[in-house]
Design a protein around this ligand. Structure first.
Ligand SMILES: C[S@@+](CC[C@H](N)C(=O)[O-])C[C@H]1O[C@@H](n2cnc3c(N)ncnc32)[C@H](O)[C@@H]1O
Length: 247
């Protein structure tokens, strides 16, 4: 059962922006805690799925505090000389990404560029990027179809759009345990640690429960003009990785 609708489930821009601004200081810590660190593995798989090539330009849309941008830059930056742009409309989240750039100064030799941008109206020309990835972001975008069309617009023909997102877990017992965790444990821990008056982690549960399954998302990607859609779930099967190509 989905709990009483969270007031932000209509995903109105300013509410979602404010929600992420407010949890930004504790976002990374909670991500790693609530996923038991598995989120690092999920983002690595998403980066592999992007199949970055030397000299390429890549966009991490809805980048938040930039974990996917850093993973991409770390794996392919120095050797491959790729360039990575992270865009998000929450300045609070972006500020934390910029702070992490400072901390990563010694370890990484090249860095992602972060900029403010709405995924429904990305500040880039058509076909700017060789690939686009979104990790746990597109679920929060007000209009999914428009968001997918916008991702397709900024990728070059032949380039890939990769989406990492939660997906309904339909395995008996495991699914029930996960849903119990999602509905009763995660919101309590998350809202408490993030001191979220907006109940951001209740919103997380509700938005995941209302999110389409993998086949439906594939269909939506196809409708947005992407082709050769492939998808699979990632351990522990509550996360799906979708990839499509701009024809
Ligand atoms: C759950 S966080 C994911 C952050 C990051 N990609 C990660 O893997 O941790 C969702 C992000 O999507 C951003 N977001 C939601 N709707 C957006 C929109 N229309 N335009 C730009 N960013 C958006 C939020 O500000 C937030 O930073």
């Amino acid at each position: 059962m989905v709990s009483a609708a969270h007031p932000y489930l209509d995903k109105e821009h300013q509410k979602i922006q404010g929600l992420f601004d407010s949890i930004a200081p504790r976002y990374d810590f909670l991500n790693h805690l609530l996923s038991l660190g598995i989120d690092v593995y999920w983002r690595r798989r998403a980066v592999e799925e992007l199949r970055p090539r030397a000299g390429g330009r890549y966009l991490d849309a809805c980048c938040g505090t930039g974990d996917l941008s850093f993973t991409l830059q770390e794996k392919h930056g120095p050797q491959g000389q790729i360039s990575v742009v992270g865009s998000d409309f929450s300045l609070g989240m972006l500020r934390h990404g910029v702070k992490k750039r400072g901390k990563e100064q010694k370890r990484l030799r090249s860095f992602p560029t972060f900029l403010a941008g709405d995924t429904l109206k990305l500040p880039f020309e058509d076909a700017t990027f060789d690939g686009v990835a979104v990790a746990f972001g597109i679920r929060n975008v007000h209009d999914l179809s428009a968001g997918l069309r916008e991702l397709r617009r900024v990728v070059r023909p032949g380039g890939r759009v990769v989406i990492l997102e939660f997906t309904p877990l339909r395995i008996p017992v495991v699914g029930a345990v996960f849903h119990f965790y999602l509905e009763h444990i995660l919101p309590r821990i998350g809202n408490f640690i993030a001191r979220s008056n907006d109940r951001a982690y209740t919103y997380l549960n509700d938005s995941i429960r209302r999110w389409p399954d993998g086949e439906t998302l594939s269909e939506q990607m196809r409708n947005a003009g992407l082709c050769a859609i492939e998808w699979r779930t990632l351990f522990p099967w509550n996360v799906a990785l979708h990839a499509g190509t701009r024809g």
